[in-house]
Design a protein around this ligand. Structure first.
Ligand code: UD1
Length: 440
């Protein structure tokens, strides 16, 4: 069997890593017919085991990176940390409008499909790559499998919602992370044989990186990733030397007024923030009040660690907000972090403020109270009313303030939704074999 898997942007990398490992595991044992131990445990419970592998049943796998995210910190560092093999093909699509990204990906991906003729194209998540590559695969009469299918925010102003709807409408096999997502697909009339509840593949990566993250020191993460700004040129760069001390003697500004917090004694009580959705960062009248709330209210109470997505950093500069937040006591601005680094911060954070879907899920597993700066979510299973850690606060400051104070009252309560057990990748692979067996 030949599979092409597709990645394009940061959230894809943590989802594809375990799938590639599951393929490798299967192939490693293909000569012996040996079933990997983790598989045998699951096989006992599953009606559809992986077929006994042999040389001629090996999976040939190619990884295609569309190149939507290209900075080392948005892409390469994830490949290295999560031990993802280098992409076999990089389409080099880069930044641009949605039409440019999707159109260019389709043009380039079609050439790959014509040359390689895989049996399956596997897409994960909801970034532009999944729209482009699922459509291209189906037009080439190649089967498509969507991992993380069935999520619905109901919000058609989100580009990701459009990507999900299209990919799910045309894919052959829809692997869902939770039962709500499976039901969403049924309500849309998807035939039962296309839907398979496999669990959340990103949690495979969380569990695989938990120990590594636990070994990291918060202070080392800050030191390594602190954004510093050159006084002379007003330029910023990642920290290269120790971030404590006066700072000014080196001709550099450091965020968070390092002289006011002390790496030696450590930072015990901190909030973590990430923001990147166009709906939060692309308009000054939305972004500025959020920034003011953080700087004026949150930072007065505790340290806030804000990891800056490139889009957000660009918009803060465009709106003339970037320089002023450097002067805020207790606000630590970091470059985009590696997966284990972010996981480590999340493990100890008093509270998370985010508009990321992935962090909502991770907060649920870790029990970190999470304010989700959105009005809706495609991941309702992470909401408090479903037992999760997250509460929707939109970008209304009154609401953020109220929920912030009430979230701080709540104890850290980890919750594990069904099949978020670290073994989803194997179930994905099994579902592909099962589909071949049943449908062909
Ligand atoms: C994309 C995804 C979003 C996902 C997010 C995670 C879509 C529609 N959006 O949004 O679902 O949650 O990734 O990060 O696919 N840039 C860099 N370096 C990079 C990549 C981007 O500087 O490596 C800058 C560019 O200025 C670019 C901007 O960030 O224009 C936005 O990047 P883009 O890929 O268009 O969308 P994201 O906001 O990252």
């Amino acid at each position: 069997m030949k599979i092409i898997s597709v990645v394009g942007a940061r959230p894809n990398f943590m989802k594809i890593a375990p799938f590639i490992r599951a393929i490798d595991n299967y192939n490693i044992h293909s000569n012996t017919g040996f079933t990997p131990p983790s598989a045998s445990e699951a096989l006992a419970k599953e009606a559809h085991p992986l077929p006994p592998s042999s040389d001629n049943e090996r999976i040939t796998h190619l990884l295609v990176h569309t190149g939507q995210h290209y900075d080392d910190r948005m892409s390469k560092s994830f490949f290295e940390e999560l031990e993802i093999p280098e992409a076999d093909i990089n389409l080099g699509v880069g930044s641009g409008t949605h039409a440019e990204q999707v159109g260019q990906t389709m043009i380039e991906f079609e050439k790959i499909l014509k040359a390689e003729r895989p049996d399956w194209v596997v897409v994960v998540g909801d970034v532009n790559a999944i729209l482009a590559c699922s459509v291209t695969a189906k037009k080439e009469h190649i089967k498509c499998c969507h991992i993380e299918a069935g999520l619905r925010s109901g919000d058609m102003s989100m580009p990701e919602e459009i990507n999900r709807l299209v990919a799910d409408r045309i894919s052959d096999l829809l692997l869902t992370p939770d039962l709500i997502s499976s039901d969403n697909l049924r309500k849309e009339g998807v035939p039962e044989e296309k839907i398979k509840f496999v669990g959340n593949i990103m949690i495979d990566t969380l569990e695989a990186n938990r120990k590594k993250a636990e070994r990291l020191e918060i202070n080392d993460i800050i030191e390594k990733n602190l954004i510093i700004q050159s006084k002379a040129a007003g330029k910023t760069s990642p920290q290269s030397s120790r971030c404590c001390g006066t700072g000014s003697s080196t001709g550099e500004f450091k965020s968070g007024k390092p002289e006011t917090w002390n790496l030696e004694s450590g930072i015990n009580d901190f909030a973590v923030m990430t923001l990147h959705r166009p709906s939060n960062v692309d308009r000054k009248e939305i972004l500025e009040p959020i920034v003011r709330f953080i700087t004026d209210e949150l930072c007065a109470e505790r340290t806030v660690i804000w990891t800056l997505h490139p889009r957000t950093r660009k918009m803060l500069k465009t709106f003339g907000l970037f320089d002023s937040i450097f002067k805020i006591q207790n606000l630590i601005l970091l470059e985009p972090l590696s997966y284990p680094e972010m996981l480590r911060l999340n493990m100890d954070a008093r509270i998370m403020l985010t508009d990321s879907g992935g962090l909502q899920e991770e907060c649920t597993i870790l029990g970190t109270p999470c304010l989700t700066l959105r009005w809706n979510t495609e991941r309702p299973v992470t909401l408090r009313e479903h037992g999760g850690a997250s509460v929707l606060v939109g970008n209304n400051i009154e609401r953020i303030r109220k929920e912030y104070h009430s979230a701080l009252e709540k104890p850290r309560t980890p919750v594990r939704p069904e099949l978020w057990d670290g073994k989803t990748a194997e179930r994905c692979l099994r579902a592909i074999f099962q589909y071949q067996e049943n449908v062909e």
